[in-house]
Design a protein around this ligand. Sequence first.
Ligand code: SF4
Length: 324
Amino acid sequence: MLSQVGKHELYERVRKVVTEPEMTLAWPLIAEIRELKRAREAVILAHNYQHPLIFHGVADLRGDSLQLARLAQEVEARTLVMCGVHFMAETAKLLSPKRSVLLPSFEAGCSLADAITPEDVRALRRQYPGVPVVSYVNTTAAVKAVSDVCCTSSNALKIVEALGSPRVIFVPDRHLAGHVARQTEVEIITWEGGCVVHEEFRLADIEALRASYPQIKVIAHPECHAEVQEAADMVGSTSALIDWVAQEKPREVAMITECTMSDNVASHFPEVAFHQPCSICPYMRKITLEGIRDVLRDGSGQVEIAPTIAAGARRAVARMLELS
Ligand code: SF4
């Protein structure tokens, strides 16, 4: 668990994206959250796409959705506060069922998780009898419960191939499905889901970046359009994008993903210049410092999963962990 930085160090980390008056205004709230967190024996989890004041100011654990859920299993805490979207809070609850999992806003949904229902999965199973269903972690627990196994963007190919089936149903993201299909002999049957944030990026954005910054390296998330992926120097999950920057240390880079992530990681790589077209997730922005304070103070925002759904969803997540 990372220690909490003081006011001066926090400002140094966020100064490119947060003004000094904003920081001064937010500081009493950050201090109040830290105090409430101690009183409630809580741990705050923040996804890479969270606002920098949340990410650097109050979070104890940071990462992508699966990293967060796994790390949360290892810490001692009675309460977990998920600064991310609803399906992430559900996954944390699935893996830590005895803990309270609090979500600061139930409006923090996800266009991908909304793209498919359990009934859609059942219809696909009827259409393709005997074909296993892999559901991306960006789905509701109810969809996971009717799937054979889950996957993340980092282990999708491995999970698909580990099933040993010549055909696999892969839902709901069509671009991640295409990314997997281009790397495997397994036939991929997919669904027309997409992420509103990653679908914003176009080939013209990449061309414009390369024209403006001839030395730039462009690295993209697999939820982007195929043409964007093909034009990139590397395609990978959010954690793979960060690892790539840490390893390659490019002079200039564009991370083609939710742009808050660049703001959050840039302070760790002062020698790297980050440029990019910006697309912000409106769902992630539903999580605010005020919302975090309120759930910690009141114990509100409890995430619950019906036992029948939880059992099936936990099985699909456990199978992913076994296979990856
Ligand atoms: S960035 Fe896309 S996939 Fe992630 S939470 Fe937002 S809408 Fe969902």
